[in-house]
Ligand binder design. Structure first.
Ligand SMILES: [Zn+2]
Length: 493
């Protein structure tokens, strides 16, 4: 399998550190607000990687953290803690805020069929480990204490190791040209970042440490928790491109200062999402939460979009490309997904028309194309295109122009259950509509099938009145009924 490594800027063959095992760490959410599209894309991207690595036979340990402390409003270690601020505004305990938004994050991830990671560590649950991590960095000489806080010494580190190598920033320029600090600052240099911050008296989240009553810097938790659960060297670190600088650059510096070498072997970054061509932001009025997508409750949306439509839409683009959301683009995805799931349902209903397999090679070729696409840095759009080609085969069988044996049908069903259901993680829905939960829909689908079976029986008995009544009433309700060689097919209009 080839993975594009942001660090080398090349596709590289994935070779795990330990045979048969794969360790992956992905930066998770800061839980102080409702989950939105910016959460959906990395979660789905690395869910695909998680699923595919397991499919390839690796035992995968997937760690995705929960940031519940230390993420300040502004870069440069200023501003209020995002969670503490929300707690103050809503008059809640910070951990009530964390629990509330973590629950809604999990609900949204379940709806999007994102598998839970193996470990979901909280930053606030790893304060002791973070303090130990800081001690090691202080010992290595790349950090200093100042007024009860501890800062990472970026200029000193940069003399020995390339700071900025991941993002490609010219750090010498940054170091040379940044404004002089006023005499008030505790930092020696503006590029330095906090490992530990002394808490101001009004700050409600703080812990004891050798330096002060305070809290860890945001970048530190990922270095600490990845090394705790995956080791000082591990396979894959993922996250959104917006985290490349400064967050991931700081993680690299911390790990090198801590253990003398890089921790991560493959850095992967998903690209950003725009809405109608613009950056998503609360001030731009185009900030849409996942819940609003699912319910269609936003001025920019003409209708609800199911979680599977959102997932399918995200997978129709390669994760390293930008992705522009719009109502029209989502409607197109909804139609495409409906064609896919209707085709899949049709396939499940097909009966063999031949005894000898006729499609063995064709199915093997389709399967090989899917493997090739996923091996090529998770090319999900190519997998989807291949599955649409497979649907043409299904349609040929359905309209009688292609003979198919039981083995052929089984082969096709395996193709779809492997690639569409297991690896792309698409749950088939009725007509790709707004109802997200496939299992909840099953009894209703069975009831429609039952009605149509009664209609077939009426037709066989030449009871045209009953047969027409069932068809017409179903049409009124909104079902599209088609007679086929094998009986019938239906979908929601
Ligand atoms: Zn992180």
């Amino acid at each position: 399998m080839q993975i594009y490594n942001t660090l080398s800027r090349m596709k590289e063959t994935f070779r795990p550190l330990h045979e048969g095992m794969a360790g992956m760490y992905v930066c998770g959410p800061t839980v102080y607000g409702d989950p939105h599209l910016g959460h959906a894309r990395p979660a789905i991207t690395f869910d695909i990687l998680f699923r595919y690595l397991r499919h390839l036979g690796y035992k995968v340990r997937y760690v995705r953290n929960i940031t519940d402390v230390g993420h300040l409003e502004h870069d440069a270690d200023e501003g209020e803690d995002k969670i503490a601020k929300k707690a103050r505004l809503e008059q809640l305990e910070p951990m009530e805020v964390v629990q509330h938004y973590l629950n809604s994050y999990h609900r949204a991830m379940d709806a999007l069929n994102v598998l839970p990671p193996s470990i979901e560590p909280h930053a606030s649950g790893h304060i002791i480990e973070q303090i130990e991590f800081i001690k090691r960095i202080l010992e290595s000489g790349y950090a200093y204490e100042s007024e009860g806080s501890v800062y990472f010494d970026v200029p000193k580190y940069n003399r020995d190791h390339p700071y900025g190598k991941l993002s490609g920033r010219n750090i010498d320029e940054l170091l040379a040209t940044t404004r002089e600090l006023d005499g008030q600052s505790e930092k020696h240099h503006p590029a330095d970042f906090a490992l530990w911050k002394k808490a101001a008296p009004e700050h409600i989240m703080h812990w004891p440490s050798p330096w002060s009553e305070g809290f860890p810097g945001w970048h530190l938790e990922c270095s600490t928790m990845s090394s705790k659960y995956l080791g000082d060297t591990f396979d894959i670190h993922g996250g959104g491109m917006d985290l490349m600088f400064p967050h991931h650059e700081c993680e690299i510096a911390q790990s090198v200062a801590h253990s003398g070498h890089d921790a991560v072997r493959y850095w992967m970054h998903n690209n950003m999402i725009t809405i109608d061509g613009r950056k998503m932001g609360k001030s731009l009025g185009n900030f849409i939460t996942l819940e609003q997508f699912f319910k269609g409750e936003h001025p920019l949306l003409s209708q609800p979009f199911s979680p599977m439509t959102i997932r399918f839409f995200i997978l129709q683009a390669h994760y390293r490309g930008t992705l522009d959301f719009s109502d029209a683009a989502l409607q197109a995805s909804e139609k495409a997904l409906a064609r896919m799931t209707e085709g899949y349902r049709r396939l499940l209903d097909l009966k063999p028309t031949a005894t000898e397999p006729a499609l063995t090679e064709e199915i093997a070729a389709l399967d090989a194309r899917c493997t090739e696409a996923m091996d090529d840095d998770l090319n999900t759009p190519m997998v989807i295109a291949t599955l649409f080609d497979a649907l043409r085969v299904v349609n040929r069988i359905a309209d009688g122009s292609q003979a198919a044996s039981e083995a052929d049908l089984e082969g096709l069903r395996r193709l779809f259950s492997t690639w569409l259901i297991d690896l792309l993680g698409i749950r088939p829905e009725v007509g790709g509509g707004a109802e997200g939960d496939a299992s909840a829909m099953k009894p209703f689908e069975d009831a429609v099938d039952l009605l149509l079976e009664m209609r077939s029986k009426a037709k066989a008995e030449k009871d045209w009145a009953t047969s027409d009544l069932i068809r017409d009433r179903l049409a009124e309700i909104g079902f599209d009924v088609k007679d086929t060689r094998n009986g019938f097919e239906w979908s929601l209009k």
